[in-house]
Design a protein around this ligand. Structure first.
Ligand SMILES: Cc1ncc(COP(=O)(O)O)c(CN[C@](O)(C(=O)O)[C@@H](O)C(=O)O)c1O
Length: 402
């Protein structure tokens, strides 16, 4: 009898499993709207020209292959924190932000979960928005935190359930951790307005909650890295101590290079040094030190003014293409096809995804009959749409809802 005879077959990942099903489909009309990965107007993966140039610069320097420090490439982590917190950030100026490189956003969230589970004194409860990125749930549970949720999405209005959000945060136990999507909420594409963020900040302060920001789309949501960092910077200006996970998968297209950072704001440089030492104690037995190539590429962009400017315009280009797809899809459904239902949310939502409101039986029919793949909860990656497939997609949705 094999030692593994008791191993059960687990379910495919709710998001990455969609891509597997898409790959297995041989129909030429197939469309993959599952994984949140940018595609250009021809449906192809996109290597940002600024990233290509940065990679050439890195290669030209013939860098060695030595280990990085446990917390990664120091100039990368310094520049990643600057991108997120901004040049005016007080804790940053005081050298009080502890930052470590991570295995992209997922790795940053996991380091954060482990760090909070060991060192955050007030609670083991982490409140996630309902719905949230599916991977948040097992990730924080595996970190040793108690996963709970706060209302976020209103099905009726297909909008933010702000009253429910406030009520749940006000009812949360004092000192609980609250995970906040900094911009481009996944899967709903619905973000609080600046005024709503200000109210959330007040509740977090009043209830002494601990804000943990997940910023996986900075620059990719609105096209402006400054605008997309508003919530993080507002909370820091309001005096909150925050934790932050950053991903460069989408905004630099560095998906498979796994480039990210985790940071916390501390009281001062001495406390930051103690936090750094505990981050290293978590990371060393986890993966020892991070991959070097992606961090060098990201840093080549963040540390070179011309390349940074070029990169920002390319991120805006990606954001703009997605926004134009939102307009086109809305017009096809609402005006040309007159598809039953309300579709305004496709235009008002922001970032990579649109939460269509299609139910699981409709998403199943779309996959089986129309070869259109999206997550069971009706989330579509807008980046998977382009001039060549958007009409077919709209017609397929129209059929599915009639
Ligand atoms: C809110 C959020 N946070 C963190 C991550 C982690 O990203 P990475 O580890 O690659 O930096 C994602 C990616 N989520 C997806 O875009 C998605 O929801 O399709 C996809 O990349 C994924 O891994 O699921 C995300 O949407």
């Amino acid at each position: 009898l094999s030692v593994w005879s008791n191993v059960q077959a687990g379910p495919p990942d709710a998001i990455l499993g969609i891509t597997e099903a898409f790959k297995a489909d041989k129909d030429p009309r197939k469309i993959n709207l599952g994984v949140g990965a940018y595609r250009d107007e021809n449906g192809k993966p996109y290597i940002l020209p600024s990233v290509q140039k940065a990679e050439e610069i890195v290669l030209a320097s013939v860098p060695n292959k030595e280990y990085l420090p446990i917390t990664g490439l120091p100039e990368f982590t310094r520049n990643a924190a600057l991108l997120a917190y901004g040049t005016e950030s007080t804790p940053l100026k005081e050298g009080a932000v502890a930052v470590t490189q991570s295995i992209s956003g997922t790795g940053a969230l996991r380091i954060g979960g482990e760090f909070l589970a060991r060192h955050y004194p007030k609670s083991k409860d982490i409140f996630l928005p309902a719905p949230t990125w599916g991977n948040h749930i097992p990730l924080f549970r595996d970190s040793g935190l108690n996963v709970r949720s706060y209302r976020y999405f209103n099905k009726e209005t297909v909008g933010l359930d702000f009253a429910g959000l406030k009520a749940d945060l006000e009812a949360a136990p004092e000192g609980a951790i609250v995970l906040l999507h900094a911009c481009a909420h996944n899967p709903t594409g619905i973000d609080p307005t600046p005024e709503q963020w200000a109210q959330i900040s007040d509740i977090v302060k009043e209830k002494k909650l601990f804000p943990f920001f997940d910023m996986a789309y900075q620059g990719f949501a609105s096209g402006s890295t400054t605008k997309d960092a508003f919530a993080v910077r507002h909370f820091v200006e309001q005096g909150h101590q925050v934790a932050l996970s950053q991903s460069f998968a989408k905004n630099m297209g560095l998906y498979g290079e796994r480039v990210g950072a985790f940071s916390v704001t501390t009281a001062d440089a001495a406390e930051k040094a103690r936090v750094d030492s505990q981050l290293k104690i978590i990371i060393r037995p986890m993966y020892s030190n991070p991959p070097v190539n992606g961090a060098r590429i990201a840093n080549a962009i963040l540390s070179n003014a011309d390349l940074y400017t070029q990169w920002e315009s390319e991120v805006k280009g990606m954001a703009d293409r997605i926004i134009s797809m939102r307009e086109k899809l809305y017009n096809s459904l609402q005006k040309e096809l007159n598809t039953p239902g309300e579709w305004g949310h496709i235009k008002s939502q922001i970032g990579m995804f649109s939460f269509t409101g299609l139910n699981p039986s409709q998403t199943k029919a779309l996959a089986e009959k129309a070869h259109v793949y999206m997550t069971h909860d009706g989330r579509i990656s807008m980046a998977g749409l382009n001039g060549g497939n958007i009409e077919y997609f709209a017609q397929s949705v129209d059929k599915a809802v009639r």
